[in-house]
Design a protein around this ligand. Structure first.
Ligand SMILES: [Zn+2]
Length: 114
């Protein structure tokens, strides 16, 4: 690997694309993998939807209404969001990750050697 490849790699990590947050009343038929959709109406937010960042093309739906469980908290930052707690798909790809300031932070699988 030459120095330029290394630089690209480092910059790639830093410049990892951020999710864009879009508030909608209806989900579009096809989701854009760069967007997090917050679905609601007026001041109500019902759920959010995003394509699984692992690339499996599955849509992840997260309830954000505090009156039903489980629910996820959306923390707004300038133009982006953090989502708590972590998102863990029990089916399919089993992805487990955080969204922090619009970026995906993967949780390491337990079986990984220390
Ligand atoms: Zn996935």
């Amino acid at each position: 690997m030459n120095v330029f490849d290394r630089m690209r790699e480092v910059l790639g990590e830093l410049g990892q694309p951020k999710f864009k947050v879009i508030e909608v009343t209806d989900l579009p038929a096809r989701l854009d993998k760069r967007n997090i959709y917050i679905v609601g109406e007026g001041s109500y937010r019902w759920f959010l939807a995003l394509l699984c960042p692992c690339g499996c093309q599955e849509v992840i739906y997260l309830n954000v209404r505090h009156d039903s469980h489980p629910y996820w908290n959306i923390k707004a930052h300038a133009g982006t969001v953090s989502i708590e707690p972590s998102i863990w798909r029990q089916k399919g790809c089993g992805s487990h990750f955080f969204i922090r300031k619009g970026r995906v932070q993967w949780c390491q699988p337990f079986q990984k050697n220390k």
